[in-house]
Write a protein that binds this ligand. Sequence first.
Ligand SMILES: Cc1ncc(COP(=O)(O)O)c(C=O)c1O
Length: 378
Amino acid sequence: MLPFDVYPLWDIEPVRGEGCYLYDKNGVRYLDFYGGHAVISVGHTHPRYVQRITEQLGRLAFYSNAVQNSLQRRLAERLGEASGYPHFALFLCNSGAEANENAIKLASFDTGKKKVLAFAKAFHGRTSGAVAATDNPKIVAPFNATPNVEFAPLNDIEAVEKMLKTGEFCAAIIEGIQGVGGILMPNDDFLQQLRARCSEHGARLILDEIQSGYGRSGKFFAHQWAGIEPDIITTAKGMANGFPIGGVLISPKFKAVHGMLGTTFGGNHLACAAALAVLEVFEEERILGNVEATGALLMNALRTVAGVRELRGRGLMIGMEMEKPAGELRRKLLFEHKIFTGAAGTHVIRLLPPLCVGRQQVDELVAALQKAIESEKQ
Ligand SMILES: Cc1ncc(COP(=O)(O)O)c(C=O)c1O
């Protein structure tokens, strides 16, 4: 049997990671400005992370959600404190898509309605409800397509108002910063208006912070820049630095009913240990402060790079929209300068490094970018 061939692969195999760097089997070092798609938060093989998971593995890796699990309680408590949502409740699952699936389900159970408002260029995952709310017909199978999801342009409050005032919507779902769409920002004012209109028309506001959350924007969640409080927040990627986990943070407005949500693996002991290690490192190493400082440094340094049409983003979630298609530049960065970056569409380079990057890595990236762009001109 072979792997089902759904991924276009770079011909590189990292076999080891440390901090912001990856190494292949020949010991060649790569700078990680992609974070394995915004997943690496505290850095590859962080010693505390490795120690916590190893210890837990030796004690108990898994038991079902039919018994007490104090690691889940500790994680909920710690995440509540770290994120500024101590009054919310936590439902744990295994991935970003699953978190969104549960968020939509919860909003629908709670309101008794079935329509969801999503936004142009949104990406919410590949499972049934999540992919239906994703604005990419290529990944929506006929089975997933549903009239229950309608899309509005981002930052267009009039379009939102027109849809919500029908009273048919159980939820609006929006990314804190659109990632896959190309690092597109909802305006703070738009998020405030969206919050108000959802409340007014009886729709729950779901903030998908799967890519933009867990410190990536410089605040714990990107929507906190706008000073709003959603009804449901979804998280995954950076939450356990690569160990599969997803979380749904749920406002006290929702009443839990036994059996309404569930999962076999979600909230297992190993995943909780990994997620707790991440939060401990966040606190000890002041990761949020580093994201803000290094993000500002990076943004300023990128302003000196030629050929950039627009720079977007916050903290360490940055999109560089290039004047020319960016594919060749990314290839050069990877194969000649040994730097991983991400893409969005043809022209956007996405920078999503581990949240522990510093000045040295920023200098390394910017020098390489300048050289690669210069060599493209020749
Ligand atoms: C904003 C957002 N939501 C949801 C997802 C889906 O997460 P997962 O791949 O863990 O299912 C992603 C993944 O890229 C994402 O960026």
